[in-house]
Design a protein around this ligand. Structure first.
Ligand code: SF4
Length: 493
């Protein structure tokens, strides 16, 4: 059996099939590493180096050593009782861990990782953040090894995160108010399944999911999913739902042809977590995919009637936490033009200026209807307003995004009121379906993040132009989608 490492468990939490393919897949089937993933790795290494160079305390640096020598040096450092050990290696049984940090704690050791992301997820004004499962299983694996070695200082490992915070992971605590299972129990379950996969005692299946976009096995899995007509080809029917249905319904055509009324008993479907309404919705989608039918309206909706329409899309860079571009396709009758406000440098001054100019532009375009896709624009503008409160008031922001004049086409129309014969409801997929083509060969949010990074580093005008064209095409795609929606008819039963 292969040794289980922390990064293998990290991948297991992202996708169990990734764990399988990393162990048993043919490396020739791997996709090349995308520039965006490379950028993430580079940023991670640069951040770790910055943190280590900024340490104001003495530490034992084992980063130059590898394999068994690194392990031996780590054992010696722990025997000496060194206060802080950087880049050590610990093993026990079938587990191998290379924690960034081992720190003396109550005469024993606890482990920590340096992460170039936030230490927790889902934090907002109203709620505290929660531990990230993929971080937790890595930290738990180190802690498990330390326990087996008899040198664990407790189940309280930590993350040093991008904000300079030390975030403790209390492995014995429940995961949340509703989820009583502890992170330690979660780790035990993940490890058990990972070991079973590595012994070929259980098999995993590919899926079509959002996190496949950055995965090195995406082309292989996409091909297999299509060939097997896997249920994850149905929008919003993810891996978890597929796994509870698969024993009785295996493929898209199985679902399209199933006698659902016989499966539903009262208000219950036979599949945990999938209610009767969802099951019927998924069957309608399966039928649409199966027949390659036309998209249709399933529920009435109203759209604003305005002479001037603005199709709005922003570009942000999460690594720098900046919104650097506000783009608008302005349509007045039959004439169209693209208007953009670009932050040429990743500074608060330039971000504020672009934000203020975009707001002035919207005000000068009124009366108008605004169309955007998903709540991201609204959420980020709220953040910008809090960052630069002199630009606009809270009331102005609420009024700007009120449904009478601003329509989130995804949440207000596509999701609740229409059905499409596609595998997801992203703007890219729907606009492609309607015949629109982006000028760029690699149009994606992830790619644009990498372009902006290179623009800031190099000042290369061709990269700036590439970003602008990509954003303009996103705005045009929103207009194409609106026209597609307007041309839909109600489904005839
Ligand atoms: S492409 Fe998707 S299903 Fe396949 S291994 Fe990667 S994440 Fe898993």
């Amino acid at each position: 059996m292969s040794k289980i490492t922390a990064s293998m468990l990290y991948n297991f939490v992202q996708c169990p099939h990734r764990f399988t393919l990393d162990l048993f897949g043919n490396s020739k089937d791997r996709d090349p590493v995308s520039p965006f993933v490379q950028l993430l790795w580079d940023k991670g290494s640069a951040f770790e180096k910055e943190v280590i160079e900024g340490l104001e305390t003495a530490f034992t640096d084992l980063s130059k050593f590898k394999g068994e020598e690194k392990e031996r040096m780590t054992q010696e450092a722990m025997k000496r009782g060194d206060n802080l050990i950087y880049s050590g290696r610990i093993t026990a049984g079938d587990l191998v861990g290379e924690p960034d940090i081992l720190r003396l704690h109550n005469k024993f050791y606890i482990a920590g990782d340096i992460k170039s992301g936030a230490g927790e997820e889902g934090a907002s004004e109203d709620s505290e953040g929660k531990p990230k499962k993929h971080y937790a299983v890595q930290l738990a694996l180190y802690t498990d090894i330390l326990e087996m070695l008899g040198v664990s200082g407790g189940r309280c490992p930590f993350v040093w995160d991008i904000h300079g915070e030390e975030v403790e992971y209390d492995l014995n605590a429940p995961q949340g108010v509703k989820k009583k299972e502890s992170l330690w129990a979660l780790y035990g379950t993940c490890l058990g399944e990972a070991i079973a996969i590595s012994r070929k005692a259980i098999q995993t299946l590919p899926a079509l999911a959002a996190n496949c976009k950055l995965c090195c096995w995406r082309s292989l899995c996409k091909k297999e999913v299509k060939e097997s007509q896997d249920l994850t080809l149905i929008p919003e029917l993810g891996r978890g739902k597929r796994d509870v249905m698969i024993a009785s319904i295996r493929t898209v055509s199985d679902l399209a042809e199933a006698d659902i009324s016989r499966l539903i008993k009262g208000k219950k479907s036979p599949f945990p977590g999938i209610g009767p309404d969802s099951l019927l919705k998924f069957q309608a989608r399966a039928k649409l995919l199966q027949s390659a039918g036309r998209p249709y309206i399933k529920k009435e909706f109203a759209l604003p009637n305005a002479e001037t329409e603005l199709f709005f899309d922003i570009e942000t860079n999460p690594m720098r936490d900046i919104c650097y571009l506000h783009g608008f396709l302005e349509r007045r009758g039959s004439s169209e033009r693209y208007v953009s406000f670009f932050a040429d440098s990743p500074t608060t001054e330039d971000e504020e200026q672009a934000f203020a100019q975009a707001w002035e532009y919207i005000q000068s375009s009124r009366p108008c209807a605004i169309y955007y896709y998903s709540p991201y624009e609204r959420t980020f503008w709220r953040k910008l307003r809090e960052r630069y409160p002199y630009v606009m008031t809270e009331e102005q922001l609420d009024e700007l995004f009120s449904p009478e004049t601003a329509v989130d086409l995804y949440n207000h129309v596509i999701k609740p009121c229409t059905e499409w014969p596609t595998n997801d409801h992203s703007i890219k997929t729907l606009a492609y379906y309607l015949g629109f083509k982006w000028r760029d060969t690699d149009p994606s949010g992830a790619a644009s993040i990498e372009w902006y990074h290179r623009w800031v580093e190099s000042g290369d005008q061709t990269i700036r132009q590439r970003i602008l064209e990509y954003n303009e095409d996103d705005c045009i795609a929103t207009r194409v989608l609106l026209e597609g929606i307007r041309s839909l008819s109600q489904k005839s039963h």
